[in-house]
Design a protein around this ligand. Structure first.
Ligand SMILES: *[C@@H]1O[C@H](CO)[C@@H](O)[C@H](O)[C@H]1NC(C)=O
Length: 326
């Protein structure tokens, strides 16, 4: 009897927690495409659907495409549901990210979700990265597999950015938390940024001398976006301190922290913190865990890199020397 009641309490409590966890983004307003975003590049390859809430961005032999938020934001919670192109997608890169490279050419900030098409018929992988104040020589990439096929259905990808931390979420599971540390200094993004979504040919960017190039026999590649959340403080970039209406932002519960640890333990495949070919000594914010180091040794340390330019070419710098072959 007692154990039954305990059990009931437990079930009830965990259901309640789940509600709390998934509740935050569930309550946020979905912004129609035309209210939040504008066309960026790729003319007809950006298509806004009739429901007004969804958009398709396409890569074909002519061009990739993309869209950009109408506002710049200083901090907030930003989200989109994304369905990636299926089948053979080597060399295709889909990105959902924040940047201010247009406003601050020399010292821009960036927060990236990057989806790397499947090389060798494998699954899509996601990469996350940040740059701050032009720190493009210091990549902080992490790469992960997913627990689902992201080309089969829509999944929610979110960025939480506050003064002190950045959290990347997949379907409300936090997958990475970047805490601002003193030593990071300007490397932590601190200036207003726009949101971007792009699809482009990453044949050269996606490292390895273009070994896995986009094969246009399988084009068009279509990435579908929906359910836009732009829950941030829109600011005038010339007066970034003008933000006095910062909305309520989520915090990470202990339960979510456990989930994050579980995800990282199982799905992380690369972290700059363990890449001794790039950083002889780990960057100051890295917390080294020998078990994790051991596990990650089993994966290929190939680096996909470079801050992006989203005008026409998305590649700013050549492929990093020292990245090993696939
Ligand atoms: C950012 O970069 C600019 C110019 O390179 C520099 O003057 C400034 O001190 C940097 N800010 C931080 C917070 O590091």
């Amino acid at each position: 009897m007692i154990s039954q009641r305990k059990n009931f309490t437990f079930v009830f409590a965990s259901a309640f927690l789940t509600l709390l966890v998934s509740g935050f983004s569930g309550n946020l307003p979905i912004v129609p495409f035309d209210e939040g975003y504008s066309h960026l590049f790729g003319d007809g390859n950006l298509m806004v659907l009739r429901d007004g809430k969804s958009a398709h961005i396409t890569l074909d032999e002519r061009t990739g495409s993309g869209f950009v938020s109408q506002d710049l934001y200083l901090h907030g919670y930003f989200s989109a549901s994304i369905k990636l192109p299926a089948d053979y997608t080597a060399g295709v890169v889909v990105a959902f990210y924040m940047s201010n490279a247009d406003t601050y050419e020399k010292n821009h900030d960036e927060i990236d979700f990057e989806f790397l098409g499947n090389i060798r018929g494998k699954d899509w992988r996601i990469q996350t990265n940040i740059y701050g104040n032009g720190s493009t020589n210091t990549g902080r990439e992490e790469r992960y597999g997913l627990w689902f096929d992201p080309s089969e259905d829509f999944h929610q990808y979110s960025i939480l950015w506050t003064e002190n931390m950045i959290v990347f979420y997949v379907d409300n599971v936090p997958i990475r938390e970047v805490k601002k540390t003193e030593a990071m200094g300007g490397d932590f993004p601190s200036k207003p940024m726009s949101l971007y979504a792009t699809i482009w040919d990453g044949s050269d960017w996606a490292t390895n001398g273009g070994k896995y190039r986009v094969n246009y026999k399988y084009a068009p590649y279509i990435a579908e976006f929906s359910d836009f959340v732009l829950h941030g403080c829109a600011v005038d970039p010339t007066e970034p301190s003008e933000c006095d209406t910062l909305p309520k932002l989520p915090t990470i519960s202990n339960q979510q922290r456990t989930k994050m640890a579980g995800f990282r333990n199982k799905h992380m495949q690369y972290s700059y913190c363990y890449d001794r070919a790039r950083y002889k000594t780990p960057l100051s914010e890295c917390v080294i865990n020998s078990k994790e180091a051991e596990r990650l040794r089993g994966f290929n340390p190939v680096v996909f890199g470079g801050a992006r330019r989203h005008k026409r070419h998305h590649r700013v710098r050549p492929v990093r020397a020292g990245a090993s072959s696939l």
